[in-house]
Design a binder for this molecule. Structure first.
Ligand code: ME8
Length: 515
């Protein structure tokens, strides 16, 4: 059953990722933001909320045009090729459960973008003017001269030379919205997180805003400016609208609850986008959350620097569950953090294999051996029941802060506590003494019920392993219908058929875990 989202209305909890450029194939940096969005989405679904998760691709602009040219294709052919061979398969390899996938070349987007800008033009929000400044094609953005890296006038994000671009085109009067933006940040109408991102945005807007050019006339791969066919709409101004066009601006979804973005595109989302919405008289997204850089060997992963690792290289070896777990457990969401094959392998073995997987296999074999696979009737140990409540409460609170690392730490602490409980109670010794049968029943029941709770709490992160665990425990009903809020109130029924199935996280050969 689907109920309303947490705010008591029928509006869905609406989560978005950036729409990614299709000039190249995805790497683990893109998958990082998408995994975070997916876990947030699945967590809210596990609460029984109505959720809408959007991701997609950004297909216009010079960068895409250049990539298509370099491959001898038309831009549309190139986009179609990249979406079907690289971007959609990426979602499958990380097991993303998005509700929609928007492409900015789809008519549902292009038509609404044109309507949106025609309206703003008619209202006098747009004027014709000219601008000259340093432009980075990789960012598709004019740079402020002071932020360029010297010597050589390099883009601070891509460390490659910018071009001087001089254009006569249309401008959106962004400057007019500076005060209203500051007011919206201060009142909490739009939240920008983490704190470092909020401070950056405040500092940026407090110094005053320049109007921004919203059209291009030197190339034609874009959405036509409706009142002037010689221009196309600037790719960013087109792309940002995807969050709104994808849901047709419907009040069932809009405003978005969370825009997840990388910190490279924070200003677009926390400054330009809300100003566009203000100009159109539309409600602002509630939260823009900027994740940090994913670093590899100390460097930001990047397509342009050719340091990108395709997600599939990791999921092929470790599986999608471990992939999803690792990136959210290892890195503090909102801060920079490093990926390495060694730390991935270490977490897989120690936390998933030796802790969670081992606990499940110990329990299922013991119920098989000592109770013929039938879960005995008993009451859950009080200490474990209390630890279960703590794990749930801590994880719930952490998810509401988008602190995935602490949420997972809370659940894994519970896993360690239960492992410790089993080791301390020594059920293998208790089983040798028939007069202690009810004590053995209590240990088996407590452990099985704790594993049930782990399946519910970890399902948003590791859906495949949790489905297996649910089935091995003989838990009733669908895992998807087990509510995270009730995880400590509902219990496994006595008599459940417990089966020892495959190991949840089998030991892996070293092959493929190159440094
Ligand atoms: O900017 N670490 O698309 P893009 C963490 N089309 N996150 C990373 C990352 C890294 N090393 N590399 C990429 C665009 N990301 C625009 C967005 S939205 C209306 C338009 C993630 O293909 C992060 O979310 O360059 C970053 O913001 C995004 O990918 C950039 O993807």
């Amino acid at each position: 059953m689907t109920t309303a989202s947490g705010d008591g209305t029928d509006k869905a909890f609406y989560v978005t990722t950036p729409i990614y450029y299709v000039n190249d194939a995805p790497h683990i940096g893109h998958a990082y933001t998408t995994v975070a969005g997916d876990v947030l989405t699945r967590w809210h679904r596990q609460r029984g909320e109505k959720v809408h998760f959007l991701t997609g691709t950004d297909e216009h602009g010079q960068k895409i045009l250049q990539a298509a040219d370099a491959h001898g294709m038309t831009p549309q052919e190139w986009c179609d090729h990249m979406v079907s061979t690289a971007w959609l398969p990426m979602l499958t390899s990380i097991d993303a459960a998005n509700d929609d996938f928007i492409r900015t070349t789809q008519p549902r987007h292009t038509e609404r973008v044109q309507e949106f800008w025609q309206r703003l033009y008619d209202q006098g929000e747009v004027y014709s003017g000219s601008y000259t400044g340093p432009y980075c094609i990789a960012c598709e953005e004019f740079k402020v001269p002071g932020e360029l890296i010297q010597p050589g006038d390099l883009c601070p994000i891509h460390t490659r030379p910018v071009e001087m671009l001089s254009e006569t085109n249309y401008f959106f009067r962004l400057s007019y919205y500076a005060d209203r933006l500051l007011e919206a940040y201060r009142s909490g109408e739009i939240r920008v997180e983490p704190e470092s991102a909020r401070n950056e945005v405040l500092r940026f807007v407090e110094t005053g805003l320049n109007d921004i050019s919203m059209s291009r006339s030197t190339f034609d791969w874009g959405i036509g400016v409706p009142w002037d066919p010689a221009h196309v709409i600037y790719v960013w101004i087109d792309a940002l609208l995807n969050y709104w066009t994808a849901v047709e601006g419907s009040a069932e979804y809009w405003p978005a609850d969370v825009h997840l973005v990388g910190k490279d595109i924070l200003r677009f989302h926390a400054v330009i986008w809300p100003a566009m919405l203000m100009a159109a008289g539309l409600p602002l997204p509630k939260l823009v959350f900027a994740n940090g850089w994913l670093l590899v060997g100390g460097e930001k992963m990047s397509k342009t620097k050719l340091t990108g690792i395709p997600p599939q290289r990791i999921t092929d070896h470790f599986g999608s569950d471990a992939y999803r777990y690792y990136f959210l457990r290892e890195l503090q969401f909102g801060q920079d953090g490093s990926f390495s094959w060694e730390s991935m392998a270490a977490r897989y073995q120690s936390e998933l294999g030796d802790q969670l997987g081992n606990l499940a296999s110990r329990l299922t074999s013991m119920v098989g051996r000592y109770r013929d696979g039938v879960l005995p009737d008993a009451v859950i140990d009080e200490g474990i029941a209390a630890a279960m409540v703590t794990a749930r409460d801590d994880a719930e609170a952490a998810i509401d802060r988008l602190d995935f690392q602490s949420a997972l730490a809370a659940v894994m602490t519970f896993v360690r506590i239960v492992n410790g409980y089993v080791t301390e109670r020594e059920p293998w010794k208790v089983a040798k003494d028939d007069s202690r049968a009810s004590e053995l029943d209590a240990i088996l029941y407590t452990t099985a019920d704790a594993l049930r709770a782990m399946a519910v709490l970890l399902n948003p992160v590791m859906p495949k392993a949790c489905a297996k665990l649910w089935q091995q425990l003989g838990a009733p009903g669908e895992l998807a219908d087990a509510r995270v809020q009730k995880v400590a109130d509902e219990h496994l029924p006595a008599g459940s058929n417990v089966v020892k199935g495959d190991l949840l996280f089998p030991r892996l050969a070293d092959e493929g875990t190159e440094a």
